[in-house]
Ligand binder design. Sequence first.
Ligand SMILES: NC(=O)c1ccc[n+]([C@@H]2O[C@H](COP(=O)([O-])OP(=O)(O)OC[C@H]3O[C@@H](n4cnc5c(N)ncnc54)[C@H](O)[C@@H]3O)[C@@H](O)[C@H]2O)c1
Length: 361
Amino acid sequence: METLKVGIVGAGGIAAQHGIAWQNNAPRGEIVAVADISEARARAVADRFTEGRARVHTDIGALVSDPEVEAVDICLPHHLHTEAIVAAARAGKAILCEKPLCTSLEDAATIASVLQETSVTFVMAHNQLFQPSLIEGRRLLTAGVLGRPYVLRSTEAFQHWAARTDLASGSPGSDESPWAWRVDTKRMGGGEVLDTGWHASYRLLALADDRPVEVTAMMERFFIPELRAEDTGILLVRFASGAIGQIVTSWAFAPVDGWHFEVIGEHGSIAGGPARTVHKLHGWENPAERTHEPVHTFTAEVTHFLDVVQRGVQSVAPFEAGARVLQLTTGAYRAVAERQVIALPENPVEPGLPLEPQPGH
Ligand SMILES: NC(=O)c1ccc[n+]([C@@H]2O[C@H](COP(=O)([O-])OP(=O)(O)OC[C@H]3O[C@@H](n4cnc5c(N)ncnc54)[C@H](O)[C@@H]3O)[C@@H](O)[C@H]2O)c1
């Protein structure tokens, strides 16, 4: 069996999930190198997931130019994604990149041209696409069960006590702390909407399977006062078909019903959550329900990446999917700053612009 040799760059919180995912995909994938500015963290990941076999590096450049590394798995703070993607692409390595794609559409345009130039494989780590309820919901939608979709909702929200207590206890800590870069809006690229909200956004876009053409939003900081940006956002999205989308995302609360998504259409509605999918057509007395076994979505994401690299399968999360989420999110930030509805151009790396007022409206 073919084995893809991967280097993980960034050995913090999410690298642990990626480590499990690569282990679960052995022998199709093997971690051969780990890099972090903290040598101790890189070594801890190498020890935990490769029994110390993986080489340890302390910078991005050393990992991407490691001759044994065939693919780079980017688990870095947001402001370092562009640098790592560009370096990995120029070194001819396949790339799996954590969300968000990067922190600005200018960077996204740079990434687009480097990917085009180098033709390397690039997959966004959109792990929640592999949630069984989302797969089932999309299957029902593609089969036309709802007819025309009218309204789509996607929710990613929880009460982030760890953030609140860590930040309330003093400074965010050294540069190696996950909060040092997250409270710095420049390195973070935004607030909660760009971070956890990214999942809600790509889920909404996947359900709609349509181009978002307008966005507006309201955002607030309810729960984590030390955060300089928002901890909560509600976005309204208009799709090309006319369907209306809503994103609710927060580190301040978890909604009572726990649904990840709902789609309401011509013939009825579908809702999906962590362990089940329900759908109910108009006139039915009771919904049909499917329950799902839990899936380690990071493992499924790495399996998909391996399918793309080793078997030429088309990616469910290509560069364009990441760029579209970034365009939507940056459009939402502009909508909040200017209290406007923002029109989103067809090219996903072009920024949204305030919608011209319509005569008669
Ligand atoms: N998919 C998900 O559910 C999910 C969840 C959490 C985080 N993430 C994403 O994963 C990425 C990392 O987040 P995290 O929570 O693991 O952050 P983290 O701060 O815990 O880890 C980042 C690591 O990068 C290292 N680092 C910083 N600068 C570096 C440099 N120049 N070179 C090498 N290493 C460097 C830090 O020392 C740290 O160990 C982010 O993009 C985040 O949005 C995704």
